[in-house]
Design a protein around this ligand. Structure first.
Ligand SMILES: NC(=O)c1ccc[n+]([C@@H]2O[C@H](COP(=O)([O-])OP(=O)(O)OC[C@H]3O[C@@H](n4cnc5c(N)ncnc54)[C@H](O)[C@@H]3O)[C@@H](O)[C@H]2O)c1
Length: 318
């Protein structure tokens, strides 16, 4: 195979795992990333891979890396801490960056795949969330820089499909965890793992009864690869439907780490969704996909990474 793909945001958590999967399937891969929230260390293992290139660039400016057969658009701050810090950059990469990624696909007649999010559903009134649900989103709250950027990028993607016949796909990603996540990105799994490894109290916001579903990264990437090979144009949820309260998750982390840390309760942040669980019947039927890795197993698979990250304080070495 001599196909070439560009991955925007390929130095990030998910983008770098996607690069590994594409390279394993024989693709040539070029990453375009400005390292806003990504890290060179995520792609350091690819430095001597002849089929891999890295271009440090902000995709809010037009970019052209030569002929490509597939555009995977993953660039976007993704964690509450990151889009809280980089709110305007998040809106820009979701809007300008998405136009530029689509322009590359249009220019070269390449297929196009965008990483969207369960945040499109906001604080959902429908549970679990099907792709047909339009969401319950606060357009002016603190999370809106991310939620609306992603909803807009889905709209642009569908417009390029309708008006310019670009061959597009949209994945709605639910909480994913695993090696290469940033330690201090404010998400539940790295927070709990870091606190448990350090022997600190685990911080639970609210009473801990709000639920989340957590998908291990290898399952998530398998879902992306299957969707990328399909012809489905409308959004597809990829996530793990096993639902845990935050408190249950905290207890599993304590077990996996073997920690005696206690749980400390803090007030719930504004617009924190109370429930989030994907309905994955579409992915099951269309792609024959479903997650295989249970939360406890995935946390065990991630433990060495988090221990190393805690030891090295990965967050300070971007
Ligand atoms: N991780 C999850 O659980 C999750 C859930 C839903 C959606 N997503 C989506 O998946 C994608 C990747 O998320 P992630 O968790 O890997 O986040 P990440 O922060 O690790 O990766 C994002 C990457 O995009 C790069 N980037 C940001 N702005 C850029 C710009 N203007 N130009 C070039 N590069 C830029 C960053 O430097 C980083 O490497 C995002 O689009 C995110 O919205 C992730």
């Amino acid at each position: 195979m001599n196909q070439r793909a560009v991955v925007t945001g390929g130095a990030g958590f998910l983008g770098s795992h996607l690069c590994d999967a594409l390279l394993a399937e024989g693709w040539k891969v070029v990453v375009v990333d400005n390292l806003l929230t990504g890290r060179r260390s995520n792609i350091a293992h690819l430095a001597h891979e002849p089929r891999f290139e890295f271009v440090e660039k902000d995709i809010c400016e037009p970019f052209d890396v030569g002929k490509v057969d597939y555009v995977f658009h993953f660039a976007c701050p993704a964690s509450p801490v990151d889009y809280g810090t980089h709110g305007v950059e998040t809106l820009k990469v979701g809007s300008l960056g998405t136009f530029h990624a689509l322009d590359v696909a249009r220019k070269y007649g390449a297929k196009y795949f965008i990483s969207s999010t369960s945040e499109c559903y906001g604080d959902p009134l429908e549970h679990p969330q099907k792709e047909t649900y339009w969401g319950h989103v606060n357009p002016i709250g603190p999370r809106s820089v991310y939620d609306e950027a992603k909803r807009f990028s889905e709209a642009v993607t569908m417009a390029y499909r309708r008006y310019y016949k670009v061959d597009t796909r949209i994945v709605r990603i639910f909480n994913t965890y695993g090696p290469r996540m940033q330690l201090n990105d404010g998400r539940v799994v790295p927070n709990f793992m870091k606190q448990a490894i350090r022997g600190e109290d685990l911080t639970v916001y609210g009473d801990g009864s709000q639920t989340r579903s957590f998908c291990y990264v290898s399952d998530e990437i398998d879902g992306f690869m299957r969707l990328s090979r399909s012809d489905e144009a409308l959004p597809v949820n990829i996530g793990n439907p096993d639902e845990f309260t935050i408190l249950e998750c905290a207890k599993i982390v304590l077990k996996v780490v073997g920690s005696k840390s206690q749980i400390r309760y803090e007030p719930l942040p504004q617009d924190d969704p109370k429930q989030r669980q994907p309905d994955i019947s579409k992915a099951r039927q269309l792609l024959g996909w479903e997650p295989k890795i249970a939360l406890e197993t995935g946390l065990r698979l991630s433990l060495d990474y988090f221990k190393k990250a805690v030891a090295e304080e990965v967050v300070t070495t971007r």
